[in-house]
Design a protein around this ligand. Structure first.
Ligand code: BMA
Length: 326
C-alpha cells in the first residue's frame, strides 16, 4: 500500500537569489474556496540557515496559480524566533491555525555542514508556537498566539486535531527530550496532549506511538494534522532509520481516544526513490506535512531531500481499508 507520486513532481523548486534561493520544502497545506494553499519552509543561504515561510497557491488539479515573491511569515526576533520552520495548518471551529517550529539557534542540517565544512554548533533547541491565520484580499495574515509546548521538551512535529476531543482542544506532539527512564520510550515518539485553550497549555500527556520497525528506529514524528475518517483519525507520520533516511508511514487512531492506535503500517507508504528525494541538501528524505481530501483522493504534500515540495496521492477509502486489514 504505497502512495502514488504526482506526475508533476516537484511542484515547487528553489527560486531567485534571496530568501528562497536554496531550498523550499516541508509545506503546510490548507484548502480555501477550492484552492490549495501551501506555506512552505524556505531557505536562502547555508551558513545561518534561517527559515522563513513562503506562500504558493494551486488549483485542485495541482496547477500553480500563484507564488508570492516575498515571504509571508518571517521570524520575530523579539520573540526569540530566529527561524520559523515546518508549519502545519489545521481548520478548527471555522478558524485556521498554524503550528510551527521556532528556535533561537538555527543550524544547517548535518548533511549540509559536512558537505560545506561548516563547524558543529550546539544542536538547535526547538519549541512550537501557534498562530491564527487569516486569508483576505488574496494574502495570508498571521496573529501570533504564543508557545504551546512544555518548557525543555525540545519539540517538532506538533499538529492540532481539527476538532475537539472529548470537549477539549487536542494535539499530537514530538518531545525529543522525553526519552529514557520514566517516559516509556527510548527514542523520540508521538505523544497526545489536551490544550486547556487556544492558545493554552498542554496537559494530560499520553504516549501514542513509538518506533517499532527498523525504518523508524531512530525516531518518529507526526506529519500532517490527523484526517478524520469514519474509521478513525488517519495519521501520516515520518520515521527515521539509523542511517537518517526519512520515510512515511500511516496509522489509524481511535476517534474518541486518539492515544489508542487501531492500525499501523509495518512498511513505509512512501520512501525516497526518485532523484528529487535521493539528492538534495539532505539526501534520502520524504517529509509529509500537509494533507487534503479532494473528491475521493487524499493528497499528501511532502518535502523531498530538504530541497523541493512534492505531492503523492491515494484513494482515501481504499487506503483506510488496507490499513484496517494490516
Ligand atoms: C527534521 C527537520 C525537517 C527536515 C528533516 C530532514 O529534523 O529539520 O525540517 O526536513 O529533519 O532533514
Amino acid at each position: 500500500m504505497k502512495l502514488r507520486r504526482h506526475r508533476g513532481n516537484p511542484v515547487l523548486e528553489p527560486k531567485g537569489d534571496t530568501w528562497e534561493s536554496i531550498a523550499v520544502f516541508n509545506p503546510a497545506v490548507a484548502c480555501i474556496d477550492g484552492q490549495i494553499h501551501l506555506l512552505y519552509r524556505a531557505v536562502g543561504e547555508y551558513v545561518e540557515y534561517i527559515s522563513r515561510l513562503g506562500h504558493a497557491v494551486f488549483d485542485e488539479n495541482l496547477n500553480l496559480v500563484e507564488r508570492f515573491d516575498e515571504p509571508c511569515f518571517t521570524p520575530e526576533l523579539e520573540l526569540w524566533e530566529m527561524s520559523v520552520e515546518d508549519a502545519r495548518l489545521t481548520s478548527l471551529e471555522g478558524r485556521l491555525y498554524m503550528t510551527y517550529v521556532i528556535t533561537p539557534t538555527p543550524c544547517p542540517p548535518y548533511a549540509v555542514r559536512r558537505r560545506l565544512g561548516i563547524p558543529l554548533r550546539p544542536q538547535a533547541r526547538t519549541r512550537i508556537s501557534l498562530a491564527e491565520v487569516t486569508y483576505e484580499s488574496e494574502r495570508m495574515g498571521f496573529q501570533r498566539l504564543g508557545i504551546i509546548t512544555p518548557y525543555g521538551s525540545n519539540q517538532r512535529d506538533t499538529v492540532l486535531f481539527p476538532e475537539k476531543i472529548g470537549g477539549q482542544y487536542a494535539a499530537l506532539h514530538r518531545p525529543s527530550a522525553w526519552v529514557g527512564l520514566g517516559y516509556l520510550t527510548d527514542t523520540p515518539a508521538i505523544w497526545f496532549a489536551y490544550l486547556d485553550d487556544l492558545p493554552g497549555r498542554m496537559r494530560g500527556h499520553r504516549l501514542v506511538m513509538k518506533s517499532e520497525q527498523p525504518w523508524e528506529a531512530r525516531k518518529i514524528g507526526a506529519g500532517p494534522p490527523p484526517v478524520k475518517t469514519d474509521k478513525g483519525w488517519l495519521l501520516i507520520y515520518h520515521g527515521v532509520d539509523e542511517d537518517r533516511v526519512y520515510r512515511a508511514g500511516a496509522a489509524l487512531l481511535d476517534l474518541e481516544e486518539p492515544w489508542k492506535v487501531i492500525a499501523r503500517t509495518p512498511e513505509p507508504i512512501l520512501e525516497p526513490e526518485e532523484e528529487y528525494e535521493l539528492v538534495g541538501d539532505v539526501p534520502h528524505v520524504v517529509f509529509p506535512e500537509g494533507a487534503v481530501v479532494i473528491g475521493d483522493q487524499l493528497l499528501v504534500f511532502y518535502g523531498a531531500a530538504d530541497k523541493v515540495c512534492c505531492v503523492a496521492t491515494t484513494p482515501l477509502e481504499e487506503f483506510i481499508e488496507h490499513l484496517l486489514a494490516m
